[in-house]
Design a binder for this molecule. Structure first.
Ligand code: 3EB
Length: 323
């Protein structure tokens, strides 16, 4: 089903106070960094537990050119307008019985909500979990998260995966944060010709390959780009070399843009850079200064990447100028 045209959707980094952003017409969501979500606040305001590395960090604003309604139902909150929906679920592992159980709870809630909503196409999802690399081999928490995510998606009959990010945080232990974008019209999956599709990763990375697409072409144009790291084929590369890892991640990003016939990142292309070791921030910025237009908004956060040897990962958006 094609459905009606969607309104405009955009994401930007903003320095205004949260109340100012929430009061703007068309605000779908506001993300604040380095803090937990405030209790009983506007459901559109999500606190992200990862520490910003360039204080004062801006907030992230999701906007639509339409009227927005919102609500909350326990651990899940949503807002919708113009054919777009923001959904967030936050779960504590202690209350759910461990990382796999918590992930199952979060995904079951999220997927059921999306399937029952007018914005039933899941396009983009972020997963932030504590101590993502704790546990050895197949007991690693990221791998257990992948098991649960796959089970929930299979139970909902999802066979076409959204773009995604899965990154660790060092905030409240055991707090799982999942948030997502869905829409009333579907997008188009975009894979990276330099990389094996994640859902086809071989067994060595865990019992369940990660269920995500490298990028999602949004129904009204624009590209939502998944967490992108120094992975070629299915292998991590440049272990221990932060400069080379950033260069490889940027090369992967540029390949995605080329595949979508999109021009280079610009002022409407907010990128988020997840940095394992905060002391690498300067080296990372040096490489990014070399490869990105200075107008490209970027936000560095401390975040642990899901493979231990990976030191940096970049996700983001490219709005406008669509082919
Ligand atoms: C990779 O390329 C790096 O499990 O949702 C990137 C983006 C990665 C999303 C996920 C994992 C995920 O495999 C890791």
């Amino acid at each position: 089903m094609k459905g009606a045209a969607l309104g405009k959707f955009s994401v930007s980094y903003r320095t205004e106070p949260v109340e100012t952003l929430l009061d703007r017409p068309g605000t779908l969501a506001v993300l604040s960094f380095g803090q937990a979500s405030p209790q009983a606040a506007d459901p559109r305001h999500l606190g992200i537990l990862q520490t910003p590395l360039t204080p004062p960090a801006p907030r992230e604003l999701w906007s639509v050119d339409a009227e927005v309604s919102h609500g909350a139902d326990g651990a899940l909150r949503w807002s919708r307008g113009g054919g777009w929906q923001f959904i967030a679920v936050e779960v504590d592992e202690g209350a759910s019985g461990g990382v796999e159980a918590a992930c199952g709870v979060a995904y079951d809630r999220l997927l059921a909500h999306v399937a029952a909503s007018p914005e039933r196409h899941l396009l983009r999802i972020w997963n932030y979990l504590g101590a993502i690399n704790a546990g050895d081999g197949d007991d690693e928490r990221y791998r257990r998260f992948c098991n649960a995510r796959a089970r929930s998606m299979a139970a909902q009959g999802i066979v076409r995966y959204p773009a995604a990010t899965a990154i660790g945080h060092r905030g409240i232990p055991g707090r799982l944060q999942v948030y997502a974008l869905s829409a009333a019209r579907d997008g188009d999956v975009l894979e990276n010709p330099r990389q094996v599709s994640a859902w086809q990763y071989p067994r060595q990375y865990g019992p369940t390959p990660p269920n995500f697409a490298r990028a999602m072409q949004l129904p009204e144009g624009g590209l939502a780009i998944s967490g992108t790291a120094a992975v070629i084929g299915h292998a991590s590369c440049h272990t221990g070399n932060i400069t080379a890892q950033v260069e490889e991640a940027v090369a992967n990003l540029h390949t995605l843009l080329e595949s979508a016939a999109l021009p280079a990142f610009d002022a409407a292309s907010p990128l988020k850079v997840y940095v394992r070791n905060p002391e690498d921030a300067e080296a990372i910025n040096t490489v990014l200064d070399r490869h990105l237009d200075p107008a490209v908004p970027r936000l560095l956060l401390q975040g642990d990447i899901c493979r231990r040897e990976l030191l940096v990962e970049i996700d983001g958006w490219r709005f406008g100028n669509h082919a």
